[in-house]
Design a protein around this ligand. Structure first.
Ligand code: NAD
Length: 259
């Protein structure tokens, strides 16, 4: 078994916070050079890259590119010139009933959560073929396999990402390239952590009650998944043990999809 990714270049979309940052850290920890990305271009984004490079002794750059724009998605990959590992992670959410769902929010979620993965993959496959090795890891969701009301665009986009992962796997099946989707349940990211105090007030409950009874209502383990676990699963999919794992989903959801 090897998790040594030294000499490989990984591009992780939407990686200046949350799961994307956790995945980027795990890949850097396994020795990969990393390209961080989001749509912002702040000093702190570039400082994040510099800190990660120092911490892990690998090359880390930050590239601003808006994953709602097809040309930005392709530029992020082609301008880098190398992409051995592509992690499609950028994502947003909006919650509303279908008949009230704002059309611009539908279009934005489909673009960022699903179409961006098509554009980056289209740009990355020629580079992977040139290098003779590649891994595409799509961060889908339990909502790529199941549904919840009021999340039409998100659920449609995540099911789409699972489908795209299967097609990518079939088109590369006889090459040393794999494509899989990770389907996290509820993951404790800074965004989720920030929702806990308001939810405690809303339900007049303590922290543990809110986490177990409200937020993790559908997660049988009653534990959040962590960004480190999603990072570790990504590194596993990049290892030699995963050479024959392609076109499938790996749930990291505390049993959500077993219900
Ligand atoms: P987050 O908000 O912390 O991270 C989202 C990332 O995407 C950020 O870095 C953000 O800057 C970036 N992003 C947003 N719009 C962008 C754009 N237009 N262009 C480029 N980057 C953009 O949220 P997260 O929870 O870490 O989510 C990351 C991924 O994991 C998403 O695809 C999400 O659907 C998925 N996911 C999250 C959970 C969870 O419980 N947190 C569960 C299942 C799946």
């Amino acid at each position: 078994m090897t998790y040594e990714l030294r000499g490989k270049t990984a591009i992780v979309t939407g990686s200046n916070s949350g799961i994307g940052l956790g995945v980027a850290r795990a890949l850097a920890g396994a020795g990969a050079d990393v390209v961080l990305n989001s749509f912002t271009d702040r000093a702190e984004d570039h400082a994040l890259a510099a800190d990660m490079a120092r911490a892990f002794g690998v090359k880390v750059t930050y590239v601003a590119a808006d994953m709602s724009r097809p040309e930005d998605c392709r530029r992020l990959v082609t301008d880098n010139g190398a992409c051995d590992i592509l992690v499609n992670n950028a994502g947003i959410q909006h919650v509303a009933p279908i008949d009230e769902f704002p059309v611009d929010q539908w279009d934005r979620i489909i673009a960022i959560n699903m179409s961006s993965a098509f554009h980056t993959t289209a740009a990355a496959l020629p580079l992977m073929r040139k290098a003779g090795w590649g891994r595409v890891v799509n961060i889908a969701s339990a909502h790529g396999l199941t549904a919840s009301p009021y999340k039409s665009a998100y659920v449609a986009a995540k099911h789409g990402v699972v489908g795209l992962s299967k097609v990518t796997a079939l088109e590369t099946a006889q090459e040393p390239i794999t494509c899989n989707a990770i389907c996290p349940g509820y993951v404790l990211t800074p965004l989720v952590e920030a929702q806990i105090p308001d939810t405690m007030k809303k339900y007049d409950m303590g922290r543990e009650e809110v986490i177990k009874q409200v937020m993790l209502d559908r997660q049988p383990s009653k534990e959040f998944a962590t960004v480190e676990q999603i990072g570790g699963t990504t590194v596993f999919l990049c290892s030699a043990n995963a050479d024959q794992i392609t076109g499938t989903t790996i749930s990291v959801d505390g049993g959500w999809t077993a219900l």
